[in-house]
Write a protein that binds this ligand. Structure first.
Ligand code: XMP
Length: 326
């Protein structure tokens, strides 16, 4: 729209003023905010922005490719993908406790991103340049919540024995600070970002790691990823994406039940569908999905995902249930 075209122009101008001839770094998470922030900064300073995407192996089907391929194709952004899948799996081995998983995933993320940031800073140094700026997709509601402060940041490095804060001290660039979520989506559309990225529903940072109830393993991730892809495809086909706040798909990895599939008796895992309607995720109600959509999802999952022999529906509001199972 006209107003959003103005917002883009204005922000591009501001970013140019702030960054000047400097260089910037941005972590892409797969979410709308970091993608739109990065696309704006790329438009303003081009190759002087380097994006880093940490592939922790906990994303849903197609999401990493969407960033690596589609996002790069549209924006022309300079992207470094760090394949940290094995590192995350290793760190998560044997861990079932939800908060423990969150801690581990957060810690590993900082470790990997910090190393990638050091590499980017090091490469710039070799060319006699400095990376002074860190791009963040902070939105207006985040600014209000945190009291409006802004300025500098350094990537947390308390766990790092060697210590490296000096090189990783940045001035923040926050081009979305005045915008609400719906405006950010409009800016994304304006910038030509892929629909699926612009309209992405909330997805937790720890990803599928907190949607496997039990230990996270490669095999379990593969099972959940297949089931989740079916759910998302069917909800999209039924044009329900924008009516639902989000629909976690959960694998009860330590639960087994008896079923009969194909040639005979199976002893498989249940999948839980958790479609919710919400305004802000603080409270939520379970979404009354049409029966035919539920039936289609159930049939497809049990036909196409061999390890799953039961599909269940979570009919709990929040409170008392949280949206995620972990
Ligand atoms: P709950 O489960 O607390 O979720 O009702 C509320 C909203 O927050 C998301 N969520 C997370 N997001 N890291 C995130 O970035 C997390 O650890 C996390 N846990 C929950 C959840 O998807 C929902 O939108």
């Amino acid at each position: 729209t006209w107003t959003m075209a103005n917002v883009v122009e204005e922000q591009v101008e501001r970013i140019r003023e702030q960054v000047g001839e400097g260089r910037a770094l941005c972590a892409l998470s797969g979410g709308v905010d970091s993608a739109v922030a990065a696309a704006l900064v790329q438009r303003a300073i081009g190759d002087r922005l380097t994006c880093v995407y940490v592939d922790h192996g906990l994303m849903r089907e197609g999401e990493t490719e969407q960033i690596e391929r589609d996002f790069v194709a549209v924006t022309g952004v300079d992207l470094r993908v760090v394949d940290a899948r094995e590192q995350f799996l290793g760190a998560l081995a044997g861990v079932s406790d939800p908060e423990e998983k969150r801690k581990i995933i957060g810690r590993e993320f900082i470790r990997v991103f910090e190393q990638a940031a050091l590499d980017v800073v090091g490469d710039a140094k070799e060319h006699g340049e400095k990376v002074d700026f860190l791009v963040q997709g902070t939105l207006y509601p985040d600014v209000v919540e945190s009291g409006g402060g802004s300025g500098t940041a350094n990537i947390k490095s308390h766990h790092n024995v060697g210590g490296l804060p000096e090189d990783l001290q940045f001035t923040l660039v926050e081009p979305l600070r005045t915008l609400f979520k719906d405006e950010v989506r409009e800016v994304g559309v304006q910038l030509g970002l892929p629909e699926a990225m612009v309209w992405r529903q909330p997805f937790p940072g720890p990803g599928l790691g907190i949607r496997i109830v039990g230990e996270v393993t490669q095999e379990r991730l593969d099972i959940l990823r297949k089931a989740d892809a079916i759910v998302r495809a069917e909800l999209t086909a039924a044009k329900l994406d924008r009516e639902i706040w989000q629909c976690p798909v959960v694998l009860l990895a330590d639960v087994r039940s008896v079923g009969v599939q194909g040639d005979g008796r199976t002893y498989g895992h249940p999948i839980v569908l958790r479609p919710v309607s919400s305004e802000d995720a603080m409270t939520a109600d379970w979404t009354r999905l049409p029966y035919d959509v539920l039936a289609k999802i159930s049939t497809r999952i049990t036909n196409e995902v061999a390890e799953v022999n039961r599909v269940t529906l979570d009919v709990t509001s929040k409170p008392p249930g949280t949206i995620e199972w972990e």
